[in-house]
Design a protein around this ligand. Structure first.
Ligand code: NI
Length: 196
């Protein structure tokens, strides 16, 4: 077999995805992730497994901590129905600049399945990262792509989208409806009452 730097995998739903997705309440989602020091075949295989898992659960973004691996790496694909569009792998991503106004948008998360709420985020960003080949890159992202990248980078810092939701009442209802609890939310400046 010839070695390849590509991380492209078929954009299909597997009955048995390669990785398990951790859910809100699991501690790994609240740990800050560590930088990736070497971009090698092991990292590329992780990217493939993450993508395959993401496609299997209808996600458009996934961060390594969500599969229990506290590394600073995310995968994004806004076009799961377009096989010709390659996915994005962002290793050690850093937001360099925020652009424009904060705008409201609906978000969900594979670690909090079923829960959807509105979150305010800057509409554009400039992000630096290394891709799966180790090449340094800078990307200007707007709208949905900017939102997804910000959401996924939050995961690398132990932050979940529900932490940003302003309407506590709506959030509480939405969480309960899907079997989650308000005590696992860490609102800004208000750490969760019950450490676990
Ligand atoms: Ni998420």
């Amino acid at each position: 077999m010839v070695a390849t730097l590509s991380v492209a995998v078929p954009k299909v739903k597997l009955k048995h995805p390669p990785l398990r997705i951790y859910r809100m309440g699991d501690k790994v989602l609240r740990q800050p992730a560590k930088r990736v020091s070497q971009i090698n075949e092991e990292i590329r295989q992780l990217a493939r497994d993450m993508l395959q898992t993401m496609y299997s659960f209808d996600g458009i973004g996934l961060a390594a901590p969500q599969v229990g691996i506290p590394k600073r790496m995310i995968v994004v694909d806004l076009y799961p129905d377009k096989p010709e569009v390659p996915p994005l792998v962002l290793i050690n991503p850093e937001i360099r600049e925020y652009i424009g106004e904060a705008v409201a948008g609906q978000e969900g998360c594979l670690s909090i399945p079923g829960v959807f709420c509105e979150v305010m985020r800057p509409e554009g960003i400039v992000v630096s990262f290394k891709d799966e080949t180790g090449r340094p890159r800078i990307l200007r992202a707007d709208d949905l792509l900017a939102r997804v990248i910000q959401h996924e980078i939050d995961h690398l810092n132990g932050v979940l989208f529900v932490d940003h939701v302003e309407n506590e009442l709506v959030l509480d209802q939405e969480l309960r409806k899907h079997g989650f609890q308000m005590q696992d939310v860490q609102r800004k400046g208000k750490p969760s009452a019950a450490p676990r």
